[in-house]
Design a protein around this ligand. Structure first.
Ligand code: IMP
Ligand code: MG
Length: 184
């Protein structure tokens, strides 16, 4: 399929390989996830904790589909080391100001790849004494060897390709695309 002129305007002329999940497909699944999450938390305080930057579009669409009171905060995590060293170490550049103790925490992630980021964050967040801790990931590549905590809510099983759009970036580009595409 030839890319539309609107698509080429948004990417600055760079052609993407293929649209993997289009806008309508994402919107329908996010609506369902909102229903699943609403049903999963009949009571208690719910804090939706978005992992920046990748989750920003997904989270903003998702919380509008959750039909119960909730609070929103964010985490900014950074990996130590350079790209050749897969250390799996994570430090927080922004720590939520909201109290986590006694609340249901729903950690929202854009994509689970190796799972290293989430494994470190889960360990860290458990130390804050939440009432419960669950993960909602828009995409899951199902290649992680070990997950401290499996995602309770998953938007889509993702192909093992490098994906961009709807929050996901390549070198900080393409986050604003309203669909999810593969780059290669
Ligand atoms: P993990 O720690 O290997 O699971 O890495 C997760 C993070 O890597 C995600 O939050 C993304 O920021 C990034 N990532 C992994 N796979 C992709 C991809 O296909 N496209 C864009 N970013 C990705
Ligand atoms: Mg990234």
């Amino acid at each position: 399929m030839l890319p539309s002129t609107a698509q080429l305007r948004q990417t600055g002329g760079r052609e993407l390989k293929r649209i993997v999940f289009d806008e309508a497909t994402i919107a329908a699944r996010v609506r369902e996830l909102g229903r699943e999450i609403t049903a999963a938390y009949p009571e208690g305080d719910l804090l939706v904790l978005g992992l920046l930057k990748g989750s920003f579009i997904f989270l903003s669409d998702l919380v509008r589909r959750i039909d119960r009171p909730l609070q929103v905060d964010f985490l900014v995590a950074a990996s130590y080391g350079d790209s050749t060293v897969s250390s799996g170490n994570v430090r927080l550049l922004y720590d939520p100001e909201t109290e986590l103790e006694g609340k249901h925490i729903l950690l929202v992630e854009d994509i689970i790849d190796t799972g290293k980021t989430l494994n470190r964050l889960v360990t860290l967040l458990r130390q804050r004494g939440p009432k419960s801790l669950s993960i909602c990931a828009l995409l899951h590549k199902h290649i992680a060897k070990h997950l401290e905590l499996e995602a309770a809510f998953v938007g889509f099983d993702a192909p093992k390709l490098f994906l961009v759009g709807y929050g996901l970036d390549h070198a900080e580009n393409f986050r604003h695309l309203p669909y999810i595409a593969s780059l290669t």
